[in-house]
Design a protein around this ligand. Structure first.
Ligand SMILES: NC(=O)c1ccc[n+]([C@@H]2O[C@H](COP(=O)([O-])OP(=O)(O)OC[C@H]3O[C@@H](n4cnc5c(N)ncnc54)[C@H](OP(=O)(O)O)[C@@H]3O)[C@@H](O)[C@H]2O)c1
Length: 330
C-alpha cells in the first residue's frame, strides 16, 4: 500500500503551543498490527483537553489526538482482522499516548480494536463514540445493580452533553422515566426529543448546599458531572438506589458523607471506559447495535466537522456549550 502523505491534526509544544493540520507519512505513525483508513472520529471532552497547553492529557509532543476512530482495515498482521474489515478503535492509549483518530490513517494494536457490529455503520459508531459507550456502560451497571423501570425516576446530569444525551436516550428506549438535569434553558426541546420525561435545572440537583441526607427524589442516576453536584445528588437517591459516576466536568472533589451509603444502602458505581475489559466492551458495542441503539442517531449530531475545522471547534466543549456530539469526517 502506498500512501505518500496524509493529513492529521497535530498538537505541538515548541516555542509556542500549536494545534494545526499537518502532512504526515505512514512512518510517523506509532507501532501496531493494524493500519486503518479512518472514516470518522468524534470529539470528546478529553480531546478538547488534549488540544490545550495545560490539559494534562498529552505527555509527549508532537501528538495526534482523537480518542475515538472508526474505519476500514488497510493491512493487518493479526489474522483476526482482514483488509476491508469495518472496525472501531477507542480507549486504551489512543489519543492519549498513541496517535489517535484526528488523522486520515491510524496504526493501532489489534488488542484495542473492536469489529464494527453489523447493526451499526461506521458513521453511527462514531456518533456514539466513547460518550455513548460510557452512557451504555453506566446503564448496564445500573441494571446489574437491580435498577429497573419499576424503581422510579432516573436522573441524568449534564444531560445535553455527549454522555448525558446518550444516557437520556438509551434509558428512555429501555422504558425508564428519565429526569434530565441541564444548565441550558434553550435545549429542553432537544432533551424531550431524546426521551426525557421531565427536565430540571442544575440548581435543583445542587442548590449550593450539600446535606448529609435530603429528600429521596431519584431511584438512580447517571452522572458525568462529578464534584459537588454528585455529592448533592447522592444525598437525594432513594433507599437501595445507585449512581453511575463517570465524569468530572464540575470538579474532582467529592465532598459527601457516609450517610447515603450506610443509612440508605446507596451504591456509588465507578465507570471507566478506557480499560473496560474486552469481553465487556464487545458486549456493550453489541448492545449499542441492538437493544440500546437509539432510534435517531443522526439527531445527536450537533455539528459534522472536518480536520481543518477542529482547531476552532475543540474549545467549545471546554466551555460546556456543546450539545450532543461533534462528528469528525475524515
Ligand atoms: N469515565 C469514563 O470512562 C469517561 C468517558 C467519557 C467521558 N468521561 C467524562 O465525562 C464527562 C462528560 O463528558 P462528555 O464527553 O459528555 O462532555 P460534554 O459533551 O462536554 O458534556 C458535559 C456536560 O456537562 C454539563 N456541565 C458543564 N459544566 C458543568 C458544571 N460546571 N456543572 C454541572 N454541569 C456542567 C453540560 O451539560 P448541561 O448544560 O446539559 O448541564 C455539558 O454539556 C467529562 O468529565 C469526561 O471526561 C468519562
Amino acid at each position: 500500500m502506498t500512501v505518500e502523505n496524509f493529513k492529521a491534526l497535530v498538537v505541538n509544544q515548541d516555542e509556542n503551543f500549536t494545534v494545526k493540520v499537518n502532512d504526515l507519512t505512514l512512518n510517523d505513525l506509532p507501532n501496531g498490527e493494524v493500519l486503518i483508513k479512518v472514516s470518522y472520529s468524534g470529539i470528546n471532552y478529553k480531546d478538547s483537553l488534549a488540544a490545550i497547553q495545560d490539559g494534562k492529557i498529552v505527555t509527549s509532543y508532537p501528538f495526534v489526538p482523537g480518542i475515538d476512530l472508526a474505519g476500514i482495515v488497510v493491512s493487518s498482521e493479526d489474522s483476526r482482522f482482514q483488509e476491508g474489515d469495518k472496525v472501531i478503535a477507542t480507549s486504551y492509549e489512543i489519543g492519549v499516548s498513541h496517535f489517535g483518530g484526528f488523522s486520515e490513517y491510524a496504526r493501532i494494536p489489534s488488542k484495542w480494536i473492536v469489529p464494527c457490529p453489523s447493526g451499526l455503520s461506521l458513521k453511527e459508531a462514531m456518533i456514539i463514540g466513547t460518550a455513548g459507550f460510557t452512557a451504555a456502560l453506566s446503564i448496564q451497571r445500573l441494571q446489574e445493580n437491580g435498577i429497573s423501570p419499576e424503581n422510579g425516576k432516573i436522573l441524568v446530569t449534564g444531560a445535553t452533553g455527549g454522555v448525558g444525551s446518550f444516557a437520556v436516550s438509551i434509558l428512555s428506549t429501555l422504558g425508564y422515566q428519565v429526569e434530565a438535569s441541564t444548565g441550558k434553558d434553550s435545549e429542553h426541546e432537544y432533551l424531550n426529543n431524546l426521551g426525557a420525561t421531565s427536565i430540571v435545572a442544575r440548581e435543583e440537583v445542587f442548590d449550593g448546599k450539600i446535606r448529609a441526607l435530603g429528600k429521596q427524589k431519584w431511584a438512580a442516576a447517571v452522572d458525568s458531572v462529578g464534584g459537588e453536584p454528585l455529592a448533592s445528588l447522592l444525598s437525594q437517591i432513594q433507599y437501595g438506589g445507585a449512581v453511575a459516576s463517570s465524569g468530572l466536568t464540575a470538579g474532582t472533589n467529592l465532598p459527601t458523607s457516609v450517610f447515603p451509603f450506610i443509612l440508605r444502602g446507596v451504591n456509588l458505581l465507578g465507570i471507566d471506559s478506557v480499560y473496560c475489559p474486552m469481553d465487556v466492551r464487545l458486549n456493550i458495542w453489541d448492545r449499542l447495535a441492538t437493544d440500546f441503539k437509539p432510534a435517531n442517531l443522526e439527531g445527536f449530531i450537533y455539528q459534522e466537522v472536518t480536520l481543518q475545522q477542529l482547531p476552532n471547534v475543540l474549545p467549545i466543549l471546554l466551555k460546556g456549550q456543546a450539545r450532543g456530539r461533534f462528528l469528525v469526517k475524515l
